[in-house]
Design a protein around this ligand. Sequence first.
Ligand code: ATP
Ligand code: MG
Length: 376
Amino acid sequence: MDLILVRYGEIALKGANRAKFERTLEENIRAYLKREGISFSGVSRKRSRIFIFNPSSVPDLSEVLGVVSYSPAWEFASLEEVKDFLRSQEEVFKNASSFRITASRADKNYPLTSPEIERELGAVVHGTFSTPVDLKNPQVNVGVEYIDEFFYLYFEKIPGWGGLPVGSSGKLVVLLSGGIDSPVAAFLMMKRGAELILLHFRREPLTDRIGEIHAALSRFSAGREPQLVIMELGRVKKFYDIIRRRDETHRYMCVLCKHMMLRTAEKLAFKKGALGIVTGDSLAQVASQTLENLAAQRYGLKLPVYSPLIGLDKTEIVNIAKKIGTYTPSIEHREKPCPIHSHPVTKARMDKFFQFWDEVTEKLGYLPWEKFFGKK
Ligand code: ATP
Ligand code: MG
């Protein structure tokens, strides 16, 4: 193998967005190779492909978001050289039940068309090894791409996650609970190019589950790993104590607590130059995630809240969590941020929510997040 040929989803991107996408993807690939200790002689880009030359091993580019697929490949300066190479591939073709050649040209000036290239190369393989051609279901798939006067040949196309490279769309603050949902929400926004700041509120001493979730998300963002910010709920114990004093407000605990978290996340976003908040909310997944409760807890925020799981089923979310490695630490993480009432409100009323929020913060004498950031 001479190089890795990397494909990305360029079609939907236009103008300045595309230039930023390509630059960021190339930077992220370099950061990934450095992290993995894979040496290489160069990385370059031409015609919607990124080339990693002479890598010391085959990288796992499913860990670099934005990569649609990639292939360990060989480079040739002429079609004759490709033919010589194919003739030397006895191991590949000798015992194969069938093969197919698929050619494409980024440069339409080449004198042969793609089907003509396929036929010429196919004839060489068949003539040398007598391997039969099967266009529908071949055992060996040979890809050949003609790009700027060179031929690139490969036997496998390894799928990546697709999406956009981390860092190409800007920053977001994620409310990360440690449950199954919010790490998946974080991943999906990262897959759309967002760079993340993870905000976790904890009641008890930190378990390393959060560290494991942070590590799993960092795996997909070499060079732009999310920052993890931990806030101790012990600092706002009084806020919870006041809510618990009355049964009526206690039933609104979750809604008031989420509002506090969202407002704190918003403060953090302003400090860090982030443009929105991400949560793992999924509509009606638990009794507290009703439209009424979501509306109440989000009321009055200045920044948008993104909840990419809102329309997904639990099984779809679990499938992604398993694929990205956050499922196990998530099911082991059991902490609840607040002391919940035995009959929490499921259809929060906006007027009640306001009344309780005002009463609680008035009794408190300050706004809860001032305990996290200091007065300003
Ligand atoms: P998750 O699986 O992400 O914990 P959930 O289905 O358990 O979500 P809730 O517990 O109602 O639902 O939490 C809804 C969202 O609120 C979470 O997805 C997360 O974004 C945020 N959140 C909840 N607890 C915390 C916490 N301790 N720290 C930061 N954010 C939190
Ligand atoms: Mg939870």
